[in-house]
Design a binder for this molecule. Structure first.
Ligand SMILES: Cc1cc2nc3c(=O)[nH]c(=O)nc-3n(C[C@H](O)[C@H](O)[C@H](O)COP(=O)(O)OP(=O)(O)OC[C@H]3O[C@@H](n4cnc5c(N)ncnc54)[C@H](O)[C@@H]3O)c2cc1C
Length: 500
């Protein structure tokens, strides 16, 4: 079926046109909208968002205690100072994003309850035709756009990932995934088992511990955590000196990023020393008698999976108080009363929470086609983790795992705006990344090297992701410290970019 016949297969009454169409109104989509307004004035654009409101992750996750696991000086945008404690609740993040929208008059550009279902590129028209379903009316609406800016995040918001364990149906109590937290879940004085020990579990457990009878963190294998005061010393000092908040934001960001880069390098160059730093901070809370070797010492090198920050050691304080505990074991099966472990021990529970992660959805579950041919992103090679060979006029935002996601939102936005301005100046209507002659013998590898970073959702979904090459320009290298210099230096006339 060619593009034209696909277009006429469903027939919305009208088609609206925008220079740029943004998918999503999470931290990435709102950032894209801000940068378009400021760096490409006069560009018409719309952001289509499935949910009833902005915020993405921070509006769809409603479990108790939901908060960031990285600091808001760097998770916040570079253009709007963060003025509170670095680890923030979802409510605080939403308030901050709401201010960005209001201060920059962005709400007139956002259409909520619009789920993008298909995106079809036509080289004859040099346009994307985007169809969306209005979740309030069920109506199909159609847009055309010159440039598609995908800010759809990396996982499916409608459901989390829950493994199939034997006899789950036998358990008498509720089994809840944190992504679908029921508003009326009463956990007062209940015994809870949380399966998993990632950032979500680490956030939930101290919050649940306040009111439940007891909460057990059940993990197959341990996770690294960083811990410390929920404060950044340099920000506190500058505030005491009554320095302007804009300066505090910039200086604090630089300090955090410098320290993070040093720590990341240490995890590669001196992994044992980095491990010791992390574990001694845990020991400072739990004491020498606690079995840190079993429960908090992973087998992998630090930073191969995301390291969550535990503000004020609240998870460890919960353990120390006796309200929370950790069990490191494997699940054999569920029982009526709880979970039978492979060691033979039974964990009794009134509620079981499966903090077991996400389902990767790299393309927002949108059906793509280029010139009538169905597009599978796994057949493409990524240009710097944001564009794809053979896919014209499209950028997607994939943030950092070892640093705050939003750092890349700002960097990618600078690139997109520079590209759009360049195309306007040169009269180009189409830009498609392509391998250059010198790239043709380059090995094509999975999106990310599992030796470098290997969380479960990535490993489960790697086959869906574009390929990477072995040169910096053909991969998402997860290195903000390098990209902050590399991105502004990108030459718009590089032969990677094929213009028409
Ligand atoms: C609980 C939790 C805590 C986290 N904490 C941190 C942290 O502290 N620091 C950090 O750096 N990262 C953190 N992350 C990762 C986090 O998801 C990202 O940092 C960031 O919020 C992603 O923003 P985003 O706008 O790119 O994507 P999302 O927040 O996922 O937003 C994408 C938006 O796009 C919409 N959308 C998707 N598909 C479509 C479609 N087809 N049509 C229309 N709309 C669509 C979605 O509804 C959603 O609103 C956390 C993740 C989770 C789940």
């Amino acid at each position: 079926m060619n593009v034209q016949s696909q277009i006429s297969a469903s027939s919305p009454a009208t088609t609206e046109h925008f220079d740029v169409l943004i998918a999503g109104a999470g931290i990435s989509g709102v950032g894209a909208a801000y940068h378009l307004t400021t760096q490409c004035p006069g560009t018409s654009f719309v952001a289509l968002e499935t949910q009833k409101t902005f915020g993405g992750t921070w509006s769809t996750h409603r479990y108790p205690g939901i908060r960031s696991d990285s600091d808001l000086h760097t998770f916040g945008y570079r253009f709007k100072p963060w003025t509170s404690a670095p680890i923030a609740s979802a409510a605080e993040i939403l308030k901050y994003m709401g201010e960005v929208i209001e201060e920059n008059d962005l709400s007139r550009h956002i259409r909520y309850q619009h789920t993008i279902t298909s995106a079809k590129w036509s080289s004859a028209q040099n346009l994307w035709t985007i169809e969306a379903t209005r979740t309030d009316t069920g109506e199909t609406v159609r847009f055309t756009t010159n440039f598609f800016w995908m800010c759809q995040g990396y996982y499916r918001h409608t459901e989390g990932y829950t493994p199939e364990w034997k006899d789950m149906a036998r358990f008498k109590g509720p089994i809840v995934h944190p992504q679908k937290w029921p508003d009326d879940l009463d956990y007062n004085n209940k015994r809870i088992v949380v399966i998993g020990s990632g950032a979500t579990a680490a956030t939930l457990i101290p919050a649940l511990a306040k009111d439940c009878a007891h909460v057990t963190m059940l993990q197959r294998s341990p996770t690294y955590f960083r811990t410390g005061r929920n404060a950044i010393e340099i920000a506190e000092q500058l505030r005491l000196l009554q320095v302007d908040e804009k300066w505090i934001h910039e200086i604090t960001r630089r300090k955090i990023l410098f320290d993070q880069d040093a720590f990341t390098r240490k995890t590669f160059e001196e992994p044992e020393a980095a491990k010791k730093d992390l574990l001694s901070a845990v020991e400072a809370y739990l004491g020498k008698d606690y079995d840190i070797a079993t429960h908090f010492t992973p087998k992998y090198r630090p930073w191969r999976q995301r390291i969550a920050f535990i503000p004020d050691g609240d998870l460890f304080q919960g353990i120390k108080s006796g309200k929370a505990s950790v069990v490191t074991d494997e699940i054999d099966r569920f029982t009526e009363k709880g979970i039978l472990l492979k060691s033979g021990k039974e964990l009794e529970a009134d509620i079981i929470i499966t903090a077991t992660g996400f389902n990767l959805s790299a393309n927002g579950d949108i059906e793509f086609a280029v010139d009538g041919k169905k597009l599978d992103f796994a057949d493409t090679v990524t240009y710097r983790g944001m564009m794809f060979t053979g896919v014209p006029n499209l950028v997607w935002v994939f943030g950092y795992f070892r640093a705050s996601w939003t750092l890349r939102v700002d960097l990618v936005a600078d690139f997109v705006c520079k590209l759009l301005n360049h195309m306007k100046q040169t009269g180009a209507r189409k830009v498609t990344p392509a391998l250059r002659p010198e790239d043709h013998n380059m090995p094509l590898l999975p999106w990310i090297d599992p030796e470098n970073f290997n969380p479960g959702y990535m490993m489960r979904g790697m086959h869906l992701l574009p390929k990477r090459g072995d040169k910096p320009e053909w991969q998402h290298n997860q290195d903000y410290w390098a990209e902050k210099d590399e991105f502004p230096a990108i030459d718009m006339n590089d032969h990677v970019f094929v213009y028409a």
